[in-house]
Design a protein around this ligand. Structure first.
Ligand code: ATP
Length: 246
C-alpha cells in the first residue's frame, strides 16, 4: 500500500493532537482530509512526512516505515506544506534544480519547463522568492514536490492563496497525478473542491477520525440523500456543528 497509517498517535508534551488514526491510501486514490481548525490535520500530514516523530503507531510509505527506514520512505513521498518557505537567495529554477539533485531527478531542465508552464510560473524562472507573490511562492513549493515522481503526495492546504485560475489549474494538476497512479492525501477547508476531486474523504475532529468513506458512503451512513446533499452538510453533521452553523 502506498500510504499506510496504523494507530498513529502524536502528542505535544502531554497534549494529544492526533490519536489512534488508522487508514490507507492506495495508488490512484485522492483522499481529502478535512476537519475543523485544530482537528489535527497538519499534525497528521507532518507525521506522515517524517517531520514529526509519531508518539505511537506506524506510518509506512510503500511498505517503508517512516522512522525505521526514513530515507527509503522519504524518497517516495513529497510533502507540500501550507507555509511557502523557500531559500531567499535561490531563484525558482535553482529551487527545482536543487530538489532534482537531492532526489536524483534526471532531465530537470525539461521537467522544470513543463511544470512551470503547468503551474503558470513561466517567465518567473529567474525570480527570487522576495520577488514573487504569496500564491506564486506556494506554487514553487508545490513545483518542488511535483518535480520528482513520488508515490505518495501529501498536500497541506494546496489552494491557500491561489487565484481562481490557479485553483482550477492546481485542481487539474492534482487530478492528473492521481490518474497517473500517485496516492494523494490533501487537507483543505474548501469542501466543494474536496467533494469534487477526492475519491474518498476522511473527517477528523479532536485528533481522531470521525468518518472515512466515499461521499456516497458518508451520506448513506448519515441517512441523507447523496443527490441533494453537500459535503458541508455531512461535515457539519459529523462534527456536531450542525445547529451552531445555522
Ligand atoms: P487548521 O485547520 O487550523 O490548520 P489542523 O487540523 O491542521 O488545524 P493542527 O495544526 O494539527 O490542526 O493542530 C492540532 C492541535 O495540536 C491543536 O490543538 C494545536 O493547538 C496543537 N498543536 C499544533 N502544533 C503544536 C505544537 N507545536 N505544540 C503544541 N501544540 C500544538
Amino acid at each position: 500500500m502506498a500510504i499506510s497509517v496504523e494507530h498513529l498517535r502524536r502528542q505535544y508534551g502531554s497534549f494529544t493532537a492526533v490519536d489512534d488514526m488508522s487508514f490507507e491510501v492506495g495508488g490512484g486514490e485522492i483522499v481529502g482530509l478535512i476537519g475543523p481548525n485544530g482537528a489535527g490535520k497538519t499534525t497528521t500530514l507532518r507525521s506522515l512526512a517524517g517531520i514529526l516523530r509519531p508518539t505511537a503507531g506506524h506510518v509506512r510509505i510503500d511498505g517503508y516505515d517512516i522512522v525505521e527506514h526514513a530515507i527509503e520512505a522519504k524518497r517516495r513521498l513529497a510533502f507540500m506544506p501550507d507555509e511557502p518557505h523557500l531559500f531567499e537567495y535561490l531563484t525558482v529554477l535553482e529551487h527545482l534544480r536543487l530538489t532534482a539533485r537531492l532526489y536524483a531527478v534526471h532531465d530537470i531542465d525539461h521537467r522544470a519547463k513543463v511544470l512551470l508552464d503547468e503551474l503558470e510560473l513561466s517567465g518567473k524562472e529567474h525570480a527570487l522568492p522576495g520577488e514573487l507573490s504569496r500564491g506564486m511562492r506556494q506554487k514553487v513549493v508545490i513545483a518542488c514536490g511535483l518535480v520528482r515522481e513520488a508515490t505518495a503526495l501529501l498536500f497541506d492546504e494546496p489552494l491557500t492563496g491561489l487565484d481562481p485560475i490557479g485553483i482550477r489549474k492546481m485542481r487539474e494538476t492534482i487530478v492528473a497525478r492521481g490518474r497517473a497512479g500517485a496516492a494523494i492525501l490533501l487537507s483543505s477547508h474548501l469542501l466543494h473542491l474536496v467533494e469534487e476531486i477526492c475519491t474518498r474523504i476522511i473527517i477528523m475532529d479532536g485528533g481522531r477520525i470521525v468518518a472515512d468513506g466515499t461521499f456516497a458512503e458518508l451520506a448513506a451512513h448519515l441517512e441523507i440523500a447523496a443527490a441533494g446533499s453537500s459535503l458541508e452538510q455531512i461535515f457539519m453533521r459529523v462534527t456536531g456543528r450542525e445547529t451552531s452553523a445555522r
